[in-house]
Design a protein around this ligand. Structure first.
Ligand code: SAH
Ligand code: SF4
Length: 346
């Protein structure tokens, strides 16, 4: 049986067609407005609750949980019904509460610096498995309201296209989330970016660029060999022309690889024409990629240099470094592929 969050409001009404309309509304409100588990929707009779719990068991079982930043960052590894594992991170900021969700168990894109890429692909997630991560995090965030969802956990959301679109549509329609609060991050699947532009969905697109010359990007992001920077640029132009929404570029700063003055100029030249905002993130080291993240003084210089070249830049702090919060790292530890001790908190 699929997750209850797979259902549209029409699906639920059909499923409960023998119940009065107000009961259907009570279930719907409990699930989507109040973010309750089925067990916890106490406004409906116990027998109905039990029936629904049996019909729609939760797809997520907590396999590991860690916290850092004095509890402001929390990360879960979930085991799915077939044993596949995924991770979800909740980040509390002063002005917003963000959940980072996985869109696939593993990832087939093989980016060299990424723990998920090093571990490979297991399977696609369903709409329900992604939405359940959001609702789990929303419960954990209480009494604060979860405000932002970013598709930056495990997996490439545009390689699980229909599910990503289905999740965004549901969060928009049923949780009233808008483009400023929904961010899909992609490694640069050019045709899928173009298709997504035509969907007219309320979302912000982040492209994981990391290099603005094809030689370096081929190394870091193997998909670049299929969709090189020129092809990606055309897709970004279409995104801008069709949606009129700001585009952002993610750039994981890697010591000596993409933090040179030359890399800075290449990035500025690439970003300028697209009016893209650049997010710099010092690389979080992964066991399979033995290059360090850029030192903080150089991060600062790189940022200033870009600004002087007319680019809008934000330096993202590496939230949850002590709990391996970069893409796929905690799941790798939980699965016993590495032996790092991660239960430190700062
Ligand atoms: N597959 C998508 C979304 C998931 S990865 C994508 O690649 O965009 C989310 C972000 O984490 C990407 O920008 C990715 O490049 C970045 N990332 C992966 N491993 C990292 C690491 N070790 N340090 C810093 N950022 C990392
Ligand atoms: Fe996949 Fe994104 Fe990691 Fe690349 S960075 S391997 S696309 S999850």
């Amino acid at each position: 049986m699929p997750s209850v969050y797979e259902l549209t409001s029409a699906d639920l009404a059909t499923h409960l067609s023998e119940e009065p309309r107000y009961r259907v509304d009570q279930v719907w409100r409990g699930l989507w407005d109040e973010g309750r588990t089925l067990e916890d929707i106490t406004t409906i009779p116990k027998a109905l609750r039990q029936r629904l719990v049996e019909e729609f068991p939760s797809s997520l079982e907590v396999a590991n949980e860690v916290a850092s930043d004095l509890g402001a960052t929390r990360k879960w590894v979930f085991r799915l019904h077939d044993g596949a594992t995924i991770e979800t991170v909740l980040m509390n900021y002063a002005d917003r509460v963000t959940v980072c969700v996985s869109s696939q168990a593993g990832c087939a894109m093989g980016c060299t610096f990424c723990a998920t890429g090093q571990a490979g692909f297991s399977r696609q997630l369903s709409v329900g498995e992604v939405v359940e991560q959001v609702m789990f995090a929303a419960r954990a965030a209480a009494p604060r309201r979860l405000s932002n969802v970013v598709f930056m956990g495990m997996g490439e959301p545009l390689a699980n296209y229909a599910v990503t679109v289905g999740v965004v549509q549901r969060l928009h329609e049923y949780r009233a989330m808008s483009a400023r609060h929904l961010t899909v991050s992609t490694v640069g699947v050019a045709p899928a970016i173009e298709r997504l532009a035509d969907e007219g969905l309320p979302l912000t697109l982040a492209v994981s660029l990391h290099a603005a010359n094809n030689v370096t990007r081929d190394e870091l992001v193997p998909l670049n060999r299929r969709y090189p920077l020129e092809r990606l640029y055309a897709a970004c132009e279409k995104w801008l022309a069709t949606t009129s929404r700001r585009l952002s570029f993610e750039w994981a700063l890697i010591d000596g690889v993409n933090d040179t003055d030359r890399a800075m100029h290449e990035l500025a030249d690439y970003a300028r024409g697209l009016h893209a905002h650049v997010n710099l993130i010092p690389l979080n080291p992964t066991p399979g990629y033995l290059v360090r993240g850029t030192r903080s003084e150089r991060v600062h210089e790189f940022r200033q240099g870009l600004e002087e070249l007319g680019i809008n830049v934000t330096v993202r702090n590496t939230r949850g470094r002590s709990i391996d919060a970069a893409c796929g790292q905690l799941a790798a530890v939980t699965n016993g592929r590495t032996s790092r001790v991660t239960l430190r908190s700062r």
